[in-house]
Every structure is written in structure tokens, then in C-alpha cells.
Write a protein that binds this ligand. Structure first.
Ligand code: UD1
Ligand code: UDP
Length: 370
């Protein structure tokens, strides 16, 4: 009997990071992947499922407009247990730090199903930043039986918290598997607005809950000031669908000649824009991991990060959300070629693109023995 793994995920980044694991597992006769999406995201999840040609076995279809964290928890706790009962997995696999990940791990625990946690051991040690992800990730660690840590530093965090060494595996981050799969393929932009971008491209994404309100507006004002200061260059911002993001972004950044606000992009064009970008301004977790591999400087518009490896490698810099700091740090890179060169180095601390194979090897070896 093949080992049955039930993948549970719900948002765009979880899908990007678990797709390579699902696809690797499908190749192995000893392993049987089953996919349940909570659809905590809908459109942004479906974009990724289409690209990787993954058809979920179960779809909880939970997304509601402007949903609260409790809505997601209640939805997963209500709708996932029957799926677990029906699919009878040997292992339930979750990824990262979303509310879907934590809730699914808890639901598995309630039925005494072992839990595997992909991208385990990242920490800021600040309960409210990122919010609610730091706590989601820690709670998932407590529930997990197998911890797939991307880096040695992530493993060390888990060891310090008392998790047994024999249950922690350093694998690299599966985002690099996804990135290499997509970045290496020839690609033509279908949209002429993406094919031709005037000047230097500043690629922007931002969506963090802990920044909502005035910090997020400050961040937008920083982008507006940058656009004014560098009229020959282009700011391209695929705007996250969360209404708490859409509202201030449209209010502050709409109708500026060199700011392009677009819908969330499919992963493939996004990666190819990342390769073309002069500079990235973001608060995304995944992009902090992808950009160092590509060698594009990243300014992280957050106060803290659970991904210090990119900062140590020199490609990533934490700049917070203040208008003045965002403008000053971006201007330094746009005006000072030496400062730019120092940051534009391709160093990839997150693995070799074979994390999914390692994860499947470990699951196959451990679970077929039990
Ligand atoms: C979630 C995760 C966050 C992750 C982010 C990736 C939690 C608490 N947050 O945050 O860790 O970094 O995803 O993007 O798990 N929406 C749509 N269509 C979509 C997606 C979202 O309309 O495809 C809108 C809906 O109104 C939804 C809202 O965005 O209610 C918020 O989505 P939600 O998943 O709750 O939070 P995110 O901020 O996306
Ligand atoms: N991404 C994408 N389209 C976009 C913006 C981002 O495909 O328009 C990808 C990006 O390359 C990365 C992931 O989405 O792999 C990051 O997702 P997000 O920023 O939503 O979440 P986080 O990583 O912060 O949890």
C-alpha cells in the first residue's frame, strides 16, 4: 500500500511552495498524494493550481470577502474533519504560517493523524509580527511530527525550543524548486504593458496585516514619492485582492503616470518580471526567498523578518514602512551604482531546488517503516 499524504493548503504562497512536492510525490509509486484546498484564497490560489496542473481532490471553498481570522479557523475546523475521516491519510502535510496551516494541523491532531510541516522553524520571536503568522507557525511546530526546515538556522530555532533532532530535517525551501521550474522556461509576455516597461522597473508587493492602517498608508506614500522623484522609471504593483490593501493603494497610487497598478499576476509572468526588475520593494515572505537567488536587491517594508538569511547574504534590507526611509533607501540604490552593485548579488541561501525530493525521500523512508 502506498503511503497516503493529505496536503492541505489555502493561499497563493502555500500553493506555490507545495506544488513541487505534490508533483514529485505523484512520480513515486510508494507515495500517494491527495490534495485538499481550503481556498482561504480563491482567485490567487486557482492561478497557481492552473499553472502546476493540480486538480484538488477536495475543495472547502472557504474564502469570504474581507474574512476574519476566526472565520477561517471556524471554516477549517468545521469542514476539514470529514475530509480527513474520508481520506484516511497516513500523514497530513501543511506549509508555512497561514491560518489554514495551523488549523489543518490542529484538525489532524484531533484525529491523531501525524503532521508534517514544510518550512518549519522560521521565527521573529515577536508575537505580533508578522501577525498572525509568527504564532501560526509556532503552534504548527507544536503539532508537527516531522519538521522540514529550509535552513540550518531554522533547525537551530527548533532545537532550542526542545523539538527532537531526529524529527527535524534540513531540506532547503521548496520555493526554489518552484522558482527554478518556472524561471528556466522561455517566456513571452502576452500583455504588451508588461512586455514594454519604461526605465528601471521597481516591482512592488505589500499585504501584511500588521501594517494595515497608517503604516500601510505611509508605505504607499513612500511609493508615490518615489514615483515623483524618478519619473522616467516605472513602479509596477500587482495589488493583493485583500480590500484592506486595495483601498489605500487605489486612493494613494492611482492615476500616476509611472505607477502601474495591476491585478495579482500569474506566477510565471511574475517570476519573469522579478528577473527583469531593477529593484523589489515588498513585505512578502516568498519574494524575500526568491529574489536572493535571482540577484535582485530587495527592500523589505517591514520592521522585522523571520528570514534573516537574505539580509546576511546582503541582497535583502529591512527598511520598515516609514515614507522617508522607503524613499531614502530606494534612492540610494537608484542613484549610487556602488551601493546597487553591493546588493545585486545572486546568493541563494534557500537551497538547490531539490527540497521536494528530499521531503519525499524522508516521508517515504520514515512512513513506510512505521
Ligand atoms: C494570507 C495569509 C498570509 C499570507 C497571505 C499571502 C493568514 C492569516 N494570512 O493573508 O500569511 O502571507 O495570505 O497572500 O493566513 N482575497 C480575494 N481573493 C483571493 C485572495 C484574497 O478576494 O484570491 C481577499 C478576500 O476579501 C479575503 C481577503 O483578501 O477575505 C484576505 O484574505 P486572507 O487569506 O484572509 O488574508 P491575506 O491577507 O491574503
Ligand atoms: N507572486 C505571484 N504573483 C504576484 C505576486 C506574487 O505569483 O502578483 C508570488 C511570489 O513570486 C511568491 C508568492 O507569490 O512566490 C508570495 O506570495 P505572497 O506575497 O502573497 O505571500 P507571502 O509569501 O508573503 O506569504
Amino acid at each position: 500500500m502506498p503511503v497516503r499524504t493529505l496536503f492541505v493548503f489555502g493561499t497563493r504562497p502555500e500553493a506555490i511552495k507545495l506544488a513541487p512536492v505534490v508533483l514529485e510525490m505523484k512520480k513515486r509509486p510508494g507515495l500517494q498524494p491527495l490534495v485538499c484546498v481550503t481556498a482561504q484564497h480563491r482567485e490567487m490560489l486557482d492561478q497557481v493550481l492552473r499553472l502546476f496542473e493540480i486538480v484538488p481532490d477536495y475543495d472547502l471553498n472557504l474564502m469570504r470577502p474581507n474574512q476574519g481570522l476566526e472565520d477561517i479557523l471556524v471554516g477549517v475546523f468545521r469542514d476539514l474533519p470529514p475530509v480527513i475521516t474520508k481520506s484516511r491519510p497516513d500523514l497530513l502535510l501543511v506549509q508555512g504560517d497561514t491560518t489554514t496551516s495551523f488549523a489543518a494541523a490542529e484538525a489532524a491532531f484531533c484525529q491523531r493523524i501525524p503532521v508534517g510541516h514544510v518550512e518549519a522553524g522560521l521565527r521573529t520571536f515577536d508575537k505580533y509580527a508578522p501577525f498572525p503568522e509568527e504564532i501560526n507557525r509556532r503552534l504548527t511546530s507544536v503539532l508537527a511530527d516531522m519538521h522540514f526546515a529550509p535552513t540550518a538556522a531554522n533547525r537551530d530555532n527548533l532545537l532550542r525550543e526542545g523539538f527532537p533532532a531526529e524529527r527535524i530535517f534540513i531540506t532547503g525551501n521548496t520555493v526554489i524548486d518552484a522558482l527554478l521550474r518556472v524561471a528556466g522556461r522561455p517566456f513571452e509576455f502576452a500583455d504588451p504593458l508588461l512586455a514594454k516597461i519604461p526605465g528601471r522597473l521597481m516591482l512592488v508587493t505589500a499585504h501584511r496585516r500588521e501594517s494595515f492602517g497608517e503604516p500601510f498608508r505611509d508605505l504607499c506614500r513612500g511609493l508615490a514619492a518615489l514615483a515623483e522623484r524618478y519619473p522616467a522609471d516605472t513602479i509596477l504593483y500587482p495589488v493583493h485582492l485583500n480590500p484592506n490593501v486595495q483601498r489605500p493603494v487605489r486612493e494613494i497610487l492611482d492615476r500616476r503616470p509611472n505607477v502601474r497598478l495591476v491585478e495579482p499576476l500569474d506566477y510565471e509572468p511574475f517570476v519573469h518580471l522579478l528577473k527583469r526588475a531593477y529593484l523589489v520593494l515588498t513585505d512578502s515572505g516568498g519574494i524575500q526567498e526568491e529574489a536572493p537567488g535571482i540577484g535582485v536587491p530587495v527592500l523589505v517594508m517591514r520592521e522585522t523578518t523571520e528570514r534573516p538569511e537574505g539580509v546576511t547574504a546582503g541582497t535583502v534590507k529591512l527598511v520598515g514602512t516609514s515614507t522617508e526611509r522607503i524613499v531614502a533607501e530606494a534612492a540610494r540604490l537608484l542613484d549610487d551604482p556602488a551601493a546597487y552593485r553591493a546588493m545585486a548579488q545572486a546568493k541563494n541561501p534557500y537551497g538547490d531546488g531539490h527540497a521536494s525530493e528530499r521531503i519525499c525521500d524522508i516521508i517515504e523512508k520514515k512512513l513506510s517503516l512505521e
